[in-house]
Design a protein around this ligand. Structure first.
Ligand SMILES: C[S@@+](CC[C@H](N)C(=O)[O-])C[C@H]1O[C@@H](n2cnc3c(N)ncnc32)[C@H](O)[C@@H]1O
Length: 410
């Protein structure tokens, strides 16, 4: 099927040679001069790709590889029977071995830093970037402790098709923690619900929360750090890292790099329920102080409870941009900053105001390499230099990863 202009249309089948991986779980190919973002393939493959979407203004096409004509060596049989073209959209890389997935994620990180921060990461760090397994990972499966299942009009839970509101009924989800599926959620019926959240916390039993009307329990999460466990309350629908080894790994890495000293002041920006603030508060001690800034009302309430034991911690419910603007304008300074923003990143203004507080180090936890690369570029405008970076495969089988970085002042 062709458009009137003779260009490819949705549903067309095109034979393409697949080029490099791009951010978002797809690879780049070209057809008659147009860019195609192709899912379910790998660099170096030749595939028959079915066009699924025409991008805005026809500038690019999206497509699914529906037949592999020349497979790449990293291709494997997907462990999940619900993955693949037109099926569940939750995973991007089920058809790639774990080492291959991590190599693709590394390439995306390097490409994003080169494009958005103007930084050759390998040359800058003087070593390659290795995407590491999160400690405790089991073959990239069974890690997801928080899953939101979509619910059909008939009340049946399932997972969404890629870039679609359609719901694919599934009997299992292989990346979910077995405790999540062990609740029986997938054989349950939730009439009237739009979604059902299932959470397997590190302390206590898993919970099933129909959305929007189910009661939302408060859960306990334990984070085992070298200087003792932290235990924090968190809403079943609030933000918490989903890989069971993630919070400990990211907090330990940030602490190691920031090396907080007794008596210092630290800022925990985008603090959630206060896990970084709590870890920092223990290190700076009662002679020091920590300010946690979080915008969400429920998370702030939990942060206040979680941090009540530290007399030197202040929790501000505010937008980070407003809070740091105020601090910078008042001439305040700080020793350490932790930034853990949502996927959009902190942005230019927050980076400028954070730099104005003249911290001796900035720890940055990022779920999007593009956002981190952009913010590293903004912080560089104020002299802050990337000292180190680690990449963690906190979301195996998907294109997502988590980066932890540290920046130093000029
Ligand atoms: C990636 S989470 C990190 C939470 C926490 N640091 C943790 O590790 O559990 C980002 C947090 O930033 C909060 N947030 C998002 N945008 C914000 C803003 N503009 N101002 C303040 N908080 C914001 C969200 O509510 C969320 O709790």
């Amino acid at each position: 099927m062709r458009t009137e202009q003779g260009e490819a249309a949705v549903g067309d089948l095109l034979v393409v040679d697949v080029g490099p991986v791009a951010h978002g779980g797809h690879c780049v190919a070209r057809h008659e001069g147009r860019v195609l973002f192709v899912r379910h393939t790998l660099p170096g493959e030749q595939v028959r790709a079915q066009v699924t979407e025409i991008g805005p203004g026809g500038r690019f096409l999206r497509a699914d590889a529906v037949e592999v004509l020349r497979p790449a060596p990293a291709r494997v049989a997907p462990p999940c029977p619900w993955s693949g073209p037109g099926r569940c959209g939750g995973c991007d890389w089920q058809h790639v071995g774990l080492d291959g997935q991590r190599a693709l994620k590394r390439d995306v990180v390097l490409e994003q830093f080169s494009r958005l921060a103007g930084l050759d990461l390998v040359a800058h760090l003087g070593r390659d970037v290795v995407v590491e397994a999160v400690p405790g990972d089991r073959d990239g499966l069974g890690w997801r402790t928080r899953v939101e299942f979509a619910v059909t009009a008939e009340g049946r839970p399932g997972l969404r098709r890629h870039r679609s509101h359609d719901i694919v009924p599934v009997d299992d989800c292989l990346i979910a923690d077995p405790q999540v599926t062990g609740t029986g959620v997938l054989s349950g019926s939730y009439p009237g619900a739009t979604a059902v959240d299932v959470v397997a916390p590190s302390v206590g039993e898993p919970v099933v929360v129909p959305v929007p009307d189910g009661p939302v329990p408060v859960l306990q999460e334990r984070v085992a750090l070298a200087d003792g466990d932290l235990e924090l309350e968190v809403s079943a629908r609030g933000f918490w890292q989903v890989h069971p080894g993630a919070a400990r790994t990211f907090v330990s890495t940030v602490l190691e790099w920031l090396a907080p000293r007794t008596g210092e002041h630290a800022l925990d920006l985008y603090a959630g329920v206060g896990v970084f603030a709590a870890a920092l508060a223990r290190r700076v001690g009662p002679q020091g102080s920590v300010t946690a800034v979080e915008g969400d009302r429920t998370a702030t309430g939990h942060a206040r409870d979680n941090l009540a034991q530290f007399a030197s911690v202040e929790v501000l419910r505010d937008r980070v941009d407003r809070a740091v603007r105020r601090m910078a304008r008042s001439g305040r300074v700080t020793d350490l900053v932790v930034l853990d923003p949502p996927r959009t990143g902190a942005g230019r203004q927050v980076c400028r105001d954070v730099a104005a507080l003249r911290p001796r180090a900035i720890g940055y936890v990022a779920c999007d390499p593009a956002a981190l690369a952009r913010d590293v570029g903004y912080l560089a405008e104020h002299g802050y230099v990337l000292r180190d970076l680690r990449a963690f495969d906190a979301f195996p089988m998907t294109h997502h990863l988590e980066l932890v970085a540290v920046l130093d002042p000029p």
